[in-house]
Each structure stands twice: as structure tokens, then as C-alpha cells.
Design a protein around this ligand. Sequence first.
Ligand SMILES: [Fe+2]
Length: 188
Amino acid sequence: MTINLHPVDIFSTPITIIECSNWLKKKPKLLALNSNKKIIGDVGYDECSTDYYSENVERNYVKQFTEILIDEFSEFSKYFLNQNPMFNDLIIDTVWTQTYTKTQGMPSHTHGYGLISGVLYVDFDDTHEGTVFQSPVNDPYMGGTVTWTPPVKEGDIVLFPSNIIHYSRASQSEVERTIIAFNIRLPH
Ligand SMILES: [Fe+2]
């Protein structure tokens, strides 16, 4: 007698890593977008410099950001809309910058539901660590949380569903780490 077993892996999370083309040309343009970072002190393990809480007029660089990365976003848009035909378009509607020095990090959070969120590693070297993502599903046998840190390098973009919990561990590096974060709306 043959007993058939049918293992199935369920509850996967779609994440895409994009390597920016012509990175060395794009990097200075991206770093120049935010000239008005403000220190915040009560949201992280320590604090970081960000313009997230600035008025929109002070970080109104969505258009420039999108233009600099138009090739990357066009390619992703084509792929995503093909995979998810219920959506009509992808629209980047919020962009902000965060710079971390030693001991600075960001606690667990999500960006809400119904968006694609992204992190672009703008100033990032071997002493830095990528964003840590936490699985919505705990380890099936041990019950603990499951995390994944993408193997990113400078110039990479990580795109993920906005409802996934993520965080940045406190930096151990003497070198500043700067990322640009953003949210993409999905009209349908
Ligand atoms: Fe985030």
C-alpha cells in the first residue's frame, strides 16, 4: 500500500529586491533630496535623524525621487501589475529619509495595510545591517518569532507589503547609515 503525503508551504510573503542601475550617478542626487533632517528622540532604541515628521512642504521630493529611479520603478511596476492584475497602477505618495549613527535604531512597526513599502539603502556599507523583517507566522514547531534580514548592499531597494512588521537593530557602526523609505499606493 502506498501512502501519499502532500507537503504544502503556505503563508508566504512577497518581497522584491531591486539593484539600482548607474548607482554612483544616482547616489549624490538621492542624498541631496533631503536637506532638512530633524532629530527625533523618542521613537527608537536611541534616536535617528529624519524628516518624517516635517511638514510635507519640507520633504516634498516624491517627484524627484520617482524621476531618479524611473527605470527601476517602471520595471517593478510592469512585474507587479502582471502578477496582480486587480490593481491598475502604482503611485509613490510618501518618501522620507532616515540617518542612523552608532546605537541608533528603529523599533518594530508596520506602514499600515494596502500599500507596498520600500527601503532604499543610500549610504550603506559592510558595517551596516539591512532592515529586519518579522514573519506574520511564528515558527510552526518552536512557536518563536521568525525573522529575515535581506542580504542588501548600497543601492538596493527592498519592496515589501506594508503590513509586515520590520525594524532596524541599533547600529554598531561608526559610519552613518542612511536609507530612504517610501510608500506606494495601489489604485484598483
Ligand atoms: Fe518602516
